[in-house]
Design a protein around this ligand. Structure first.
Ligand code: GMT
Length: 399
């Protein structure tokens, strides 16, 4: 048969097949999904909350089980339910057994609402509590999906005190996902995880994280450049490097540094800013709920982390058309492309960060071009549409 004929035959077969044996369309049952995460500030809680909202929007029933209402769940939406897990107090307890209370709450919610699965974000302790919940519920099946986010693998989970329980809980999950290729490989290397780990990147809503509008809100005068950093101020964020970079940039042009977030390194950062004589130009805003209002006020975003599995803030910044100057650590090169959407340097390379910052801050057309490319990449490669679909496929593979 010629190529032309065979193509014709294939077409006929397709059309004919559809007519002669009408296939019953498989209507997908909506899922009942439990989600557990940290409720306070942090990327894993953001991803879990945004995923919950997207799933609920698509008609799935979502039950959030957490110690508090996750902070990114700012608006009411149907199909989303919140169940607070808090341990009962008893004088004999040294510490309230919150992980057990979480497992008990997972069982209660799974039974009362006939959950199909629990999707836990961050291995410690959520995968362990979910494992316990699943065992308690046997012989009824409760699928457990664990998403690895970063420090659960690279820092805390690998601590000798937690290593074996982290490894066991990940291995015992029915499905495991990681937010970058880097994190998948790190989990396999560090913990010898043998079950498949699927990479599902984080996503951003470009309608929420959108570029600067001509509004009245400003953080500095029109002739002053704004550098921004946002994090939980942990050691891995290399906060002193942010301050040192800014101090060098400040020597060469009029600029302000906006520091968003809170954590153990904040007091040291305030001290360093004073020592370097730039404290009047550094705004420590503390934790803020509405990052989408802050990103567009920045000219560049700094994220010099020593380890970062993905860097959700980098993606949010890109979505807001703000170029990112970041480190080449972990999964960051999977998000930011050097010289195209931002610049990557070794984590402690202050000179490199300063050079890139000055390049962007003294060349507005370049800064704008890079910002626009960042938004385009965010819209094309990190969409909720694609990532939510991948998660739903993972859930459906449990059935
Ligand atoms: O330690 C943190 O930075 C917080 C942590 C979390 O679990 O909230 O963030 C991790 O998960 C985020 C969402 O997937 C990632 O974007 C961050 O890169 C990751 N942090 C690190 O790997 C340090």
């Amino acid at each position: 048969m010629t190529a032309k004929k065979s193509a014709k035959a294939r077409k006929k077969k397709l059309v004919g097949g559809a007519r002669s044996t009408p296939k019953r369309r498989r209507t997908r049952r909506k899922l009942k999904i439990g989600i557990s995460c940290y409720a306070h500030f942090g990327g894993s809680g953001v991803v879990a909350s945004e995923l919950g909202l997207e799933l609920a929007h698509r008609g799935h029933e979502v039950h959030l089980v957490a110690s508090h209402l996750p902070f990114r769940l700012r608006s009411f939406q149907s199909n989303i339910y919140f169940h607070e897990s808090s341990p009962a107090y008893y004088p004999v307890f040294e510490d309230a057994p919150s992980n057990l209370a979480l497992a008990a709450k997972m069982v209660e919610v799974a039974e009362n609402y006939s959950l199909d699965l629990m999707h836990v974000h961050y291995a410690m302790p959520f995968a362990t509590s979910a494992y316990l919940a699943r065992q308690i519920m046997l012989p009824r099946q409760l699928g457990v999906v664990t998403t690895l986010h970063g420090t659960d693998i690279t820092v805390v989970g690998a601590e000798p005190a937690f290593f074996r329980v982290t490894r066991f809980s990940i291995q015992s999950s029915d499905r495991v996902t990681a937010v970058s290729r880097f994190l998948k490989e790190r989990a396999e290397e560090t913990f010898g995880i043998t079950r498949p780990i699927e990479v599902i990147y984080n996503f951003v809503d470009p309608n929420i994280f959108s570029p600067r509008q001509d509004g009245r809100l400003r953080l500095a005068g029109p002739d002053t450049k704004v550098l921004m950093h946002a994090s939980n101020f942990r050691a891995v964020k290399n906060i002193p490097v942010v301050i040192q970079t800014f101090a060098e940039v400040r020597k060469r042009l009029k600029a302000k540094l906006v520091m968003v977030g809170d954590g153990p390194e904040k007091a040291g950062a305030e001290q360093l800013a004073r020592e370097l004589g730039v404290h009047r130009d550094v705004l420590f805003l503390g934790n803020q709920d509405c990052m989408e209002e802050l990103f567009p006020l920045a000219d560049i975003f700094l994220l010099p982390s020593s380890t970062e599995s993905f860097g959700l803030v980098a993606l949010e910044s890109m979505s807001a058309e703000v170029p990112v100057i970041t480190s080449n650590a972990g999964g960051l090169p999977e998000v930011v492309e050097h010289g195209y959407t931002g610049f990557l340097h070794d984590p402690a390379d202050v000179d490199g960060y300063v050079e890139s910052a000055l390049k962007l801050l003294t060349n507005e057309p370049l800064r704008r071009t890079m910002g626009r490319r960042g938004r385009r990449v965010a819209k094309e490669r990190f969409t909720a549409e694609e990532m939510v679909q991948q998660y739903v496929q993972v859930y459906e593979s449990l059935r």
